[in-house]
Design a protein around this ligand. Sequence first.
Ligand code: NAI
Length: 340
Amino acid sequence: MCQNAFVPYKATLIPGDGIGPEVADAAVHALKATGVEIEWERAELSADIIMASGESLPLHVVDSMRRTKVGLKGPVTTPVAGGYQSVNVALRKTLDLYANVRPVRMLPGLKTRYQDTPIDMVIFRENTEDLYAGLEHEVVPDVVTSLKIITRRASARIARYAFDYSRANGRKRVTAVHKANIMKLGDGLFLKCCREVAREYPEIQYKELIVDNASMQLVMHPEQFDVLLMPNLYGDIVSDLAAGLVGGLGIVPGANIGEEAAVFEAVHGSAPDIAGRGIANPTALMLSAVMMLIHLGETDAAARLRAAIEKTYAEGKALTRDAGGTASTEEFTAAVVANL
Ligand code: NAI
């Protein structure tokens, strides 16, 4: 997709709410400093806008994404137990962004409980179905069913995406995570699809782990994992667990990829506890921007931005509080830009 330096890329910027606008500003600033020209279509999306419009996914966001095909997105708040449906889930489903890709890696110099453990894994989470189909029903008062949808189509394509990625990126082992001992049909179908796809990639080792054991193994021996492949709900939970191993939600990026469009966003949410204080860590969204640059074919700029972020961590002078420093979002961003 890499294009002539004089023609800017078009992309949609969805700053989101909570800490979203703060980290989005930082990521845009860092992207600009790489020299890659991006013409942003800014699409505002927040809890307030959703409440006012009455739509769980306002049209202007979808329209912009359909035009640009590439988005950089901050988090958007979703009310708990009631209120409107998750706009994040709605966006992924509407644009059919079926592959949620979350690389979990140590940053140089960052002090964590696992700082001496070489953690470098990529989580592939199916992004369109499972319990996130949002099909819930109160059968009679005080009895509710939530439908867990698993299809061959969605399971096979996320499996293929994970194996293709592994092949292209020299990854050695894919571990499918499931609970097919209990959900024999639903997770059973997911596993069946993973096994079928795995057979087409004989050079890549294929393993399976039940999700409870996988969670324990991740805490005890995270270095054993290379690529993790899972349905939506386990992928969501395990991503945050894995983020905790490498220094927290402030540093883990992500991508939502579909056939037509891709939206790059951090694993973290809107962090209402620190929103508006200028202390959020923008690393996760900056690293999501690195993934976006790779998607655009700007691999050189991507490598430079990643190197600048890593250098900032290795120096350790301008880290945000969650990473053990005292720097503000702006100070961290200035350090990254200086290192570029
Ligand atoms: P959260 O990820 O917003 O925050 C969890 C903890 O991590 C908080 O203590 C927060 O301060 C910290 N944290 C998160 N990102 C950080 C950063 N960049 N720098 C420093 N510290 C950071 O999870 P929570 O509180 O469960 O969810 C808040 C809201 O975000 C909810 O409405 C939830 O639905 C929404 N959410 C949205 C997502 C999205 O838009 N993709 C993803 C996850 C949650």
